[in-house]
Write a protein that binds this ligand. Sequence first.
Ligand SMILES: Cc1ncc(COP(=O)(O)O)c(C=O)c1O
Length: 378
Amino acid sequence: MPPPVFLDYNAGSPARPEVVRAMAEALAEGGNPSSVHAAGRRAHARIEAARRSVAQLVGAADLVFTSGGTEANALALGGSGRARMLVSAVEHVSVMEAAPEAGIIPVDGNGVVDLGALEHLLKADPRPALVSLMLANNETGIIQPVAAAAEIAHRHGALIHCDAAQTLGRMSVSMSGLAVDFLTISAHKVGGPAGIGALALAHGDLSLAPLLLGGGQERRRRAGTENLSGIVGFGVAAEIAGSELHRGDTILGMARMRDRLETLALARVPQAVVIGRRSARLPNTSCLVLPGVAAETQVMALDLAGVMVSAGAACSSGKVAASKVLTAMGLGPDLAGSAIRVSLGAESGEAEVELFVEAWAELARRKGFEISPAAFAA
Ligand SMILES: Cc1ncc(COP(=O)(O)O)c(C=O)c1O
């Protein structure tokens, strides 16, 4: 039996060894950053060093550490002070549920937000709004035209928040390039620990009402003793991501592996559909449809074969439902209920890709799909 194959990095990537070492050290040393004695001052200094590393990776003026991407989204949507919210139809559930009354900006068949509709929605109601548009989708990897949306939002007096939880280490992210006011990031998608994230701010004069009240931590924007080891781990993960981005080969390598996976998968299972192929996408994410075979069935069969992928968003797995993201792109239930997400990390190689394709093609064969004999040579 070959070793298990992990291709679910969008759900959470394993922590980098350097991250684990730095976290263990921070945990062992302890200290409450609010304490005035030496241990407290050391903990405080570690947090500020991590803040600089994370802020530098995305070009933030300032950031508030949170318990992850979910809380950062809730803080942006709940704390911006804007009464009116507009969110895209393909946002993560943590944005959707934080703004249940929000107006929905539709996406086209390629999964890309309709900027004309955004402008129309903003014109239709003069109340100051907050627009929330993700940078890259967690299920499909499709990248949104955030800078163009920001220009429209600002022209209409709106603020813009961008959920970039899936992007660190997978593309370069610059708050000034995107021209967004708030940016959500999460450590466990970039080789850091789960349970830590941040809401980054583009400039110092943005007001942000706290969700959690109590102590004065995070400059009164998020009460509660800081997650010291998590923040330290996030800082180290951000530094590694920054130097890999600078080198450029990690992203190119992931994109090559992802393209190879899709080419092989389509050759072995010609009826398969790759979602978003005509759109700009993250280099590591592939959303594959085996029409008529429920996503959960595929995930379970692949797991039995030792290959770990997910059905749409990990946060909503466990429920056999059609993907809301794919439904918003206009796919019917037959396709939207049959999509799996294969997401690679920097460590994923040819062997993992081939084992996945082998297992998926075998499942397709059992489900009665024709496989073109010529494809075996691909
Ligand atoms: C796009 C997106 N936003 C937000 C989140 C939530 O982040 P966290 O798991 O850190 O709360 C996720 C997690 O999968 C995500 O993919």
